[in-house]
Design a protein around this ligand. Structure first.
Ligand code: AMP
Ligand code: GLY
Length: 430
C-alpha cells in the first residue's frame, strides 16, 4: 500500500516511523517532511496546505491512502478535495474540522450535546465583549480567538486590563486576522490538564493511552504558552474511572451528536481535558488531529498496526479493531531554540544526535534541516523531541534527560521538570 503523510513536525516523524514499520506499507511519502521523516520514506517538496498540489501528487503517484498530521489542511478542506476525486484520505472533512477551527462552533456543539465544559459567551464586536467583561468581573477569565491561531489565541486574563488588552488584540489590532473577529470568553476551569486521543470512523470511538502536555515555556508551568515543551504518558491523573467518564460524558456523546446532526467525523479526536479534584473531566478544547509532542510518546506504545487502524477508519470497520499498547511509561523532552516561543535564530549546528548508546531513547526531528554533507542544523522553534521509555516514570524521565545531555546546539533550551506532576501523583501519600 502506498501511503502519503502530510506534515513536517516531530509529530509527523513519529507517525512516519509507525507507518514505515508496517508490513502493509510498501512505500511512504511525506509532504513536505523533515530530515527525520527522510529516514522513514521519501520526502516530497509540497507544503502541507498546498491542497491542489498534494491532490495532483496523490493521483499521479497512485497513493492508496493519505493521512494528515496538522490541522490547517483539514480546516482548509483537504479531505473534501481528495474524496471528491475518489481518493482515500483519513481525517475530518471541512465541516467536521470546525471542531478545532472555530471555538464558537465547538462550544455550541458541547452545549447542544450536554458535554461538560466551561461556561462561555460568544462576541463579534469589542463593545459588547468589554461590557460582558465589566459585568462578569471574575478572574481568571479566559479570552479565546475563535479561529486557528497556532496555540497563541488564548489569554488567561488575571485582571480587567489584561482582558481588555486581549480583546483589543483581536478586534482592534487584529493580530489573529479573521481568526480573532469572533471571540469566545470562557469561565476558568480548575484542575489538572490531560490529553486523550481517540481513533473514530464516525461510529466507533477507540481511545488511546492518556498523556500530559507541558504547554508553558518555563519550569513550573510559568511563562507564555508554546506548542508544547514536553509530555509523558500515561498520565496518572487519568485513572480508569476518569477514562470511563470521558467516554460516557464526552467522546461518545460527541460522536453520537455529530451523527444525529449529519456531521460525519472520521480520523483522530484529541480531547484536551481539565480533570477536577473529584475526578470529573471537562473539555478545554478539542483538536482534530494528533497532538504534538504527545504523539511522540503515545504512538510508539501502539503495538497494533497503525495502517490497519487507518484502513479500518476509511472503511468504517473500526469496531473490528482492538488496540494493544505497551504498558511502560514514556517521556518526551522538547529541545527548543533560544527565544522560542518569541523570535529565534535558525541555522545552529546540532551535534550529538547519533549518540544513542541507550536503546530505550529515540530522537524525533521537529525543526531541523540537513546539509548535503549530512550535518544537522536548527530550522524552527521546537527543534528536537527527545523521547525515552522506562518501566517507571522516573526511569523514563532520567533516560530522556540523559539523552538530552548528549545533544548540543547553541542556545538549546528545554524544561527540566517534564513528568514531575506525574511523579508527584505516583508518590505514596505519607
Ligand atoms: P486551548 O487552545 O483552548 O487548549 O487553550 C490553551 C490552554 O489555555 C489550555 O491548554 C489551558 O491550559 C488553558 N485554558 C484554555 N481554556 C481554559 C479554561 N476554560 N480554563 C482554564 N484554562 C484554560
Ligand atoms: N500539544 C498541543 C497540541 O498539539 O495542540
Amino acid at each position: 500500500m502506498k501511503i502519503l503523510l502530510v506534515g513536517s513536525g516531530g509529530r509527523e516523524h513519529a507517525i512516519a516511523h509507525r507507518l514505515a514499520v508496517s508490513p502493509k506499507c510498501t512505500e511512504l511519502f511525506i509532504a513536505p517532511g523533515n530530515p527525520g521523516t527522510f529516514q522513514c520514506g521519501t520526502n516530497v517538496d509540497i507544503s502541507a496546505d498546498d491542497i491542489s498540489s498534494l491532490l495532483a501528487f496523490a493521483k499521479t503517484s497512485n497513493i492508496d491512502l493519505t493521512f494528515v498530521g496538522p490541522e490547517q489542511p483539514l480546516a482548509l478542506g483537504i479531505v473534501d478535495a481528495f474524496e471528491s476525486e475518489g481518493l482515500t484520505i483519513v481525517g475530518p472533512n471541512k465541516k467536521a474540522a470546525q471542531l478545532e477551527s472555530s471555538k464558537a462552533w465547538a462550544k455550541a456543539k458541547y452545549d447542544r450535546y450536554k458535554i461538560p465544559t466551561a461556561g462561555y459567551q460568544e462576541f463579534h464586536d469589542l463593545d459588547s465583549a468589554i461590557e460582558y467583561v465589566r459585568e462578569k468581573n471574575t478572574y481568571p477569565m479566559v479570552i479565546k480567538a475563535d479561529g486557528l491561531a497556532a496555540g497563541k489565541g488564548v489569554t488567561i486574563a488575571q485582571s480587567m486590563d489584561e482582558a481588555v488588552n486581549a480583546l483589543n488584540d483581536c478586534f482592534v489590532h487584529q493580530i489573529f486576522k479573521d481568526a480573532g473577529q469572533c471571540v469566545v470568553i470562557e469561565d476558568f476551569l480548575q484542575g489538572e490538564e490531560a490529553s486523550l486521543f481517540a481513533f473514530t470512523d464516525g461510529d466507533t470511538v477507540l481511545p488511546m493511552i492518556s498523556a500530559q502536555d507541558h504547554k508553558a515555556i518555563f519550569d513550573g508551568d510559568k511563562g507564555p504558552n508554546t506548542g508544547g515543551m514536553g509530555a509523558y504518558s500515561p498520565a496518572p491523573v487519568f485513572t480508569p474511572d476518569v477514562q470511563q467518564k470521558v467516554m460516557d460524558r464526552i467522546l461518545n456523546p460527541l460522536i453520537e451528536g455529530f451523527k444525529r446532526d449529519g456531521i460525519r467525523y472520521k480520523g483522530i479526536l484529541y480531547a484536551g481535558l481539565m480533570i477536577d479534584d473529584l475526578g470529573d473531566p471537562y473539555v478545554v478544547e478539542f483538536n482534530i488531529r494528533f497532538g504534538d509532542p504527545e504523539t511522540q510518546i503515545v504512538l510508539p506504545k501502539l503495538t497494533t498496526d497503525l495502517v490497519d487502524v487507518l484502513v479500518a477508519i476509511s472503511q468504517n470497520t473500526l469496531h473490528e479493531i482492538s488496540l494493544d499498547w505497551l504498558k511502560n511509561y514514556s517521556v518526551c523532552v522538547v529541545m527548543a531554540a533560544e527565544g522560542y516561543p518569541g523570535s529565534y535564530e535558525k541555522g545552529r549546528k546540532i551535534t550529538g544526535l547519533n549518540d544513542s548508546s541507550d536503546s530505550n531513547s529515540f530522537v524525533y526531528h521537529a525543526g531541523t534541516n540537513q546539509s548535503e554533507a549530512g550535518e544537522f542544523f536548527t530550522n524552527g522553534g521546537r527543534v528536537l523531541n527527545v523521547c525515552a521509555e522506562g518501566n517507571s516514570l522516573n526511569d523514563a524521565i532520567s533516560s530522556a534527560y540523559q539523552r538530552v545531555s548528549r545533544i548540543q546546539f547553541d542556545g538549546a533550551y528545554y524544561r527540566t521538570d517534564i513528568g514531575q506532576k506525574g511523579v508527584a501523583r505516583l508518590k505514596p501519600a505519607v
